[in-house]
Design a protein around this ligand. Sequence first.
Ligand code: GTQ
Length: 356
Amino acid sequence: MTSGPAKTSKASGAELAGFYDRIGDHNLAPLWEVIHKLVARTPVTKAVPHLWRYEALRPYLIESGSLITAKEAERRVLVLENPALRGLSQVVDTLYAGLQLILPGEVAPAHRHTPSALRFIIEGTQAFTAVDGEKTYMDPGDFVITPNWAWHDHGHEGDAPMIWLDGLDLPIVHFLAATFAETYGDDQFPTNTPPGYTLARYGNNMRPVTDKYDQLVSPIFSYPYTRTREALALMEKTQDWDPAFGLKMEFLNPLSGAPAMPTMSTFMQLLPKGFTSMPYQATEHAVYSVVEGSGRVAVGEGEAATVLAWGPKDHFAIPGWCKHRLEADEEAVLFSFSDQVVQQKLGLWRERRGQG
Ligand code: GTQ
């Protein structure tokens, strides 16, 4: 039941209702009935914190492989839908996530679209993503970018199922109603450079002197886990832990120093064994993929807290402005992505560390 218009000092509820009916015929509505909901004092997210256990979902992903081919499906993906946003293909208010399966010998045909995509590799080896004709072979823990409007196809030259996390900015691009997409026609966009070319060209603290690259997105579209993990292992030796994050690194565009992607921030984070973070909240909406270790995230406070216990290959979502603590039972490595970069560009991002 709707409560209807409240009485004001000037008019009765019935008078206001009549007025709303009359202005409604002209597609007008009174702000004063909605202003507090519309301009909320603190963020209101539709999503809820949630964990997807890999062990529980993997059998369904494998089963999907016997129901449809990657080619028929175009992308054979089980979407991680936030329980509070079912049917909307949203993992949190602003982001999409899904787990994609590709079987040996399959192809996911070439297409391109204005939403940007990231891949975070969960299991398998010898599958590749080709971006604008350059193949990147993927291994667990690798972070791979498919930039806005880049042709991309996926293929698999190995002999076991390959599974990765797809993260896309779809809800943001849909909100702006700025989505374009097209299929290439052939399965694969023609290969024009050797695998690893772009990483060699831009990923060694050098760039070609003739370089005119000025894209918003990093020219490096593969950040291999071997490099990332080695860096974390070395930094870990200082035992210099941030109380909220442990050791949290952000993937960057090496040419600009900006986040690697224009619409999604991407991170790799190491938590030492026994770590408990201080309470932390930020306006960004985030999705985590557990690479190594196990622990918990407690979202909310006291009795009302939701405690999500995570282990390797699990995924969890933390909606914006949810106060949370991360705890690691053993040394843990977490990949995560969020809309932080968008919020920062728009002057909206806020964080709060600790109590209060
Ligand atoms: O691999 O291009 O999960 O276009 C959703 C949309 C993956 C992809 C998704 C896509 C892709």
